[in-house]
Ligand binder design. Structure first.
Ligand code: V47
Ligand code: SF4
Length: 392
């Protein structure tokens, strides 16, 4: 749906609050908004106001295009030395018999099970297991590349990397170079949570801090790799913590330009140590996406992770600044299903994903990890896609 200029002007004129009007003017004229204006948007911006502006920016950048990719996930282990309060997924090392640990052969078998499928990316992320060290993972990366050289490997958060590098007694620079040379192509956005120590100390005190997270991403960017960034929102943080988080990302992006996409992750409260914290409403979720689109002016893409939000809500986000809804995710990604996401076994065929995007009048475009366009599905029917084994 195109946001007409008249619609936009109407919103601005009818907005009583002068400060919001001036923010809107800044955004329409392509000027950057500042920290306090970011907070103001959360505090005072109504959903229609934020949505109209975010949709304007989204359409300026991408028109009607909505990206997805065809990927699969591997979770090497759910055993973890850390104990983040929001995590429903990990099993402490002391109780590792309750968890799973995949061998390199088992993970390679998962990769091989996709041999006939036109996936372009494998996303590998899991708990931090002391025995799965830098050596183990470089062997895994090399084995995957030897088997399928063109498969893009997006793997490991700074939480996993920081632990691996410390254990191997190598610097971040050296460790990243080793991992990159072994086949690591890019980094996913996880482990960022909320950067500000006031919150980080309460929800995930023992893992890599903001500076460490940003340093690993910066090092990856300096090696020519692209990475993603996330933020776990909607729990005990305040609006200014969210803006602080985005401010740090925006600053690094100004320096390196290495981030591909920003993914707000809605906190889910099932079966974790924060189950008493209520989840955010869909209104708050949509505001989060919209403000992210408005604040992160130097990020090309804002992604909604549909397994966490559910399909209908993911469709809604496409009107609130989002231009990417991740991938087909042909597996049971446990980190979310265990924390109470909408989807218990998140997987969606290409035909279903394309339909979901078309239902809200957007153009479905398959992309690779680096946002090179692979195929425009706008003119392909559900039947065409299902009938073609290369497309489904
Ligand atoms: O860092 C853990 C989150 C993240 C909960 O880069 C939870 O393409 C909500 O980062 N409620 C890992 N979230 C996943 C991740 C990701 C996902 C999809 C795509 C990409 C990408 C990255 O999962 C963790 C944490 O923030 N998480 N527990 C929970 N209870
Ligand atoms: Fe471990 Fe990651 Fe869970 Fe934290 S969120 S306990 S680092 S698996």
């Amino acid at each position: 749906m195109k946001t007409s200029e008249t619609q936009l002007l109407d919103v601005l004129i009818t907005t009583a609050d002068k400060s919001l009007q001036s923010i809107a003017e800044k955004i329409i004229t392509g000027k950057r908004i500042n920290f306090n204006e970011g907070i103001l948007l959360f505090e005072k911006g109504s959903l229609p106001f934020l949505g109209t502006l975010a949709n304007y920016v989204r359409e300026q950048k991408h028109g009607n295009k909505t990206y997805f990719n065809r990927n699969f996930h591997i979770e090497p282990t759910n055993v973890c030395v850390f104990s983040c309060k929001f995590c429903a997924y990990s099993r402490l090392y002391a109780h590792r018999e309750e968890g799973w640990e995949l061998s390199i052969e088992q993970m390679l078998d998962i990769v091989k099970s996709y041999d006939e499928k036109p996936v372009t990316e494998v996303h590998i992320v899991g708990g931090v297991h002391p025995k799965m060290d830098l050596n183990f993972f470089t062997s895994l990366l090399k084995a995957i590349k030897a088997h399928r050289p063109n498969l893009h490997i997006k793997a490991f958060t700074p939480v996993e990397l920081d632990y691996m590098f410390r254990k191997a007694k190598v610097s971040v620079e050296e460790g990243m170079r080793i991992a990159h040379e072994a086949g690591l192509d890019s980094l996913p956005g996880g482990g960022a949570e909320i950067f500000h120590p006031e919150i980080r100390e309460k929800i995930c005190a023992d893992k890599v801090d903001a500076e460490g997270w940003l340093h690993i991403h910066k090092t990856a960017h300096q090696l020519g790799m692209h990475t993603n960034a996330t933020m776990l929102y909607g729990h005990i943080e305040q609006y200014w913590h969210r803006v602080d988080h985005m401010e740090r990302l925006r600053k690094l992006q100004d320096e390196t330009g290495g981030f591909n996409t920003f993914i707000p992750l809605k906190f889910r409260n099932k079966d974790n140590d924060m189950s008493h914290v209520p989840e955010s409403t869909i209104i708050e979720d949509l505001k989060m996406y919209a403000v992210a689109r408005l604040y992160l002016d130097n990020f090309a893409h804002i992604k909604a992770y549909w397994p966490m939000l559910g399909r209908k809500n993911a469709q809604l986000t496409l009107q609130f600044g989002v231009n990417d809804i991740d991938g087909t995710i042909d597996d049971s990604t446990k980190i979310y299903s265990m924390a109470g996401s909408e989807e218990q076994n998140p997987s969606m065929s290409t035909a279903d994903l394309v339909t979901l995007i078309k239902q809200v009048n957007r153009h479905p475009i398959e992309r690779d990890t680096l946002y090179n366009e692979i195929r425009d599905y706008s003119n392909l029917s559900y039947k065409d896609i299902v009938a073609n084994p290369l497309l489904n």
